[in-house]
Design a protein around this ligand. Structure first.
Ligand SMILES: *Cc1c(COP(=O)(O)O)cnc(C)c1O
Length: 399
C-alpha cells in the first residue's frame, strides 16, 4: 500500500462505510501538540482528537505505562480483579463527589450505563430522562435519543421511548416536562458538539433544585468537559453544582478507549451482579493509561497552568474578535474548550475557514454550525498559542 496521503485516502474510501467526511491527510505520528501526515506535513493540533489527547500526542509517561502494561497483562474479563482498574477507580472516587465507579470503553457506553442506572435506581415506571436542546450524548440508539439535535435522529426513527428534550436555558420548560415517569435530568455543563455553549450557572443550579424537589437524579455528561479540560478536574466543580451521576471518557485514557460512570453509593447499590456489564470495559492497558493520565493531571501545578494558559488563549481570541467584527461576534467557553462565535456572514464561511486552517497546517473544527471550536492539548505552550493565533488571523484575513 502506498504510504502517501492520497494512497491511504483512496484505499480507505474503497473499503470503509461513508460515515466520515475526512480531510485528505493520513496521520502517521504525533508528539506533543504536533502531528505529521504521510506526506511529511506537520500540523499544529488545536483539536486534540476532539478533546482526547489532552496531554498531547504520545506523552512519554503514558507511552511507557502502555508499553509496560501491554507486556504484563492485556485482558482478563471482568470476572477477575486487576490492579490498574482498581487504582483508577480509587483515584476517581478520591477526587470526585462519587463513591462508586463503572468502567466501559467509550462515552456513549457510559451514558448508556448512566441511563440504565438512573432507571433501575428510580424504580418501576420511572424511566423518562429529560435532556436539553443542542446537547450531544452519543450515537447508540438510547444516547442518540437523549441527544437534543434532530439531525442525529433523522432516518433512524423510531427513537427509543423515554427521552424528552427541553429548550436550552428555560427552567420552566424543564419543570413542565417532569411527571411521575421522570427519573433524571441529563446535561453537559457546557455543550461541546452543540457549539461550545456553557450552561448559565443559575440555570444549572435551577436544574439541581428541580432534581431535589422532584427526587430526580442529575446526570452530568462530562465526557468532553471533564479531565482538566476546563481548568478544574471536572467542570461542575467551578460551577457550584454537584451531580448524582457523572460520565467521563474522551481524555480519561489519553487516547486509549475508556469511559467511566460515577455515582453516589445510594444510587450505585441499584446495580447488582448481572444487572450491567461489559467485556472490554476497564481493560488493564486502557485503565493503566488512565491512571497515569490522572496522576499527571493531579500533580501540583498542572491545573493552575491550564488556567493561566486559558487566560492567554482567551486574550488572543478577544483580540481576533475586535479585529474581525464582520466574521466574529464573541468568544465563549470554559478553560481550554473555547469557541469563536461566528456572525451570519461568518457561519456561511465557517467550513471554509476550517479547511483553510487545515491547509495552513492547523487543526480546528466548526461546531454546532455556529462556532469555530478550539481544543488544544492542555500542555500547549504560549508560543503554540501565538502560532495558532497568527495562522487564524491570516486565514480570517482572506474572508
Ligand atoms: C464525545 C461525546 C460523547 C460520545 O462519546 P463516544 O466516545 O464518541 O461514544 C458523549 N457526550 C459528550 C458530551 C461528548 O462530547
Amino acid at each position: 500500500m502506498s504510504l502517501s496521503n492520497q494512497g491511504l485516502a483512496t484505499a480507505s474510501d474503497e473499503v470503509f462505510m461513508g460515515t466520515y467526511a475526512r480531510y485528505p491527510a493520513a496521520m502517521i505520528s504525533g508528539r506533543g501538540c504536533r502531528l505529521t501526515d504521510a506526506d511529511g506535513r506537520q500540523y499544529l493540533d488545536f483539536l486534540s482528537g476532539i478533546a482526547v489527547c489532552s496531554l498531547g500526542h504520545c506523552h512519554p509517561e503514558v507511552t511507557r505505562t502502555i508499553q509496560e502494561q501491554a507486556a504484563k497483562l492485556v485482558h482478563v474479563s471482568n470476572l477477575y480483579y486487576t490492579e490498574p482498574q482498581t487504582e483508577l477507580a480509587r483515584l476517581l472516587v478520591a477526587n470526585s463527589f462519587a463513591d462508586k465507579v463503572f468502567l466501559a470503553n467509550s462515552g456513549a457506553e457510559v451514558n448508556e450505563a448512566a441511563i440504565k442506572l438512573a432507571r433501575i435506581a428510580a424504580g418501576p415506571g420511572r424511566y423518562q430522562v429529560i435532556s436539553l436542546a443542542g446537547s450531544f450524548h452519543g450515537r447508540t440508539l438510547a444516547t442518540v435519543a437523549a441527544t437534543g439535535q434532530p439531525k442525529f435522529h433523522e432516518g433512524f426513527e423510531p427513537m427509543p421511548d423515554g427521552f424528552v428534550h427541553a429548550p436550552f436555558g428555560d427552567l420552566a420548560a424543564v419543570k413542565a416536562l417532569i411527571n411521575e415517569k421522570t427519573c433524571a435530568i441529563l446535561c453537559e455543563p457546557l455543550q461541546g458538539e452543540g457549539g461550545v455553549r456553557p450552561l448559565p450557572p443559575e440555570y444549572l443550579s435551577g436544574l439541581r433544585a428541580l432534581c431535589d424537589q422532584h427526587e430526580l437524579f442529575l446526570i452530568m455528561d462530562e465526557i468532553q468537559t471533564g479531565m482538566g479540560r476546563t481548568g478544574t478536574l471536572f467542570a461542575h466543580e467551578q460551577l457550584g453544582v454537584t451531580p448524582d451521576i457523572m460520565t467521563l471518557a474522551k481524555a480519561l485514557g489519553s487516547g486509549l478507549p475508556i469511559g467511566a460512570m460515577l455515582a453516589t453509593k445510594e444510587i450505585a447499590t441499584a446495580f447488582t451482579p448481572g444487572t450491567h456489564g461489559t467485556t472490554f470495559g476497564g481493560n488493564p492497558v486502557a485503565a493503566a493509561a488512565a491512571v497515569t493520565t490522572m496522576k499527571i493531571m493531579l500533580d501540583d501545578g498542572f491545573l493552575p497552568l491550564v488556567q493561566s494558559k486559558t487566560r492567554y488563549l482567551e486574550a488572543q481570541l478577544e483580540e481576533l474578535v475586535s479585529r474581525f467584527p464582520k466574521l466574529l461576534t464573541g468568544v465563549r467557553g470554559l478553560g481550554m474548550i473555547q469557541g469563536l462565535v461566528l456572525s451570519e456572514a461568518g457561519v456561511a464561511v465557517g467550513g471554509a475557514i476550517v479547511k483553510r486552517m487545515f491547509e495552513q497546517g492547523c487543526l480546528i473544527n466548526f461546531a454546532g454550525n455556529a462556532v469555530l471550536r478550539f481544543l488544544p492539548p492542555l500542555i500547549v505552550e504560549e508560543s503554540d498559542i501565538d502560532e495558532f493565533a497568527a495562522i487564524l488571523s491570516q486565514v480570517l484575513n482572506e474572508f
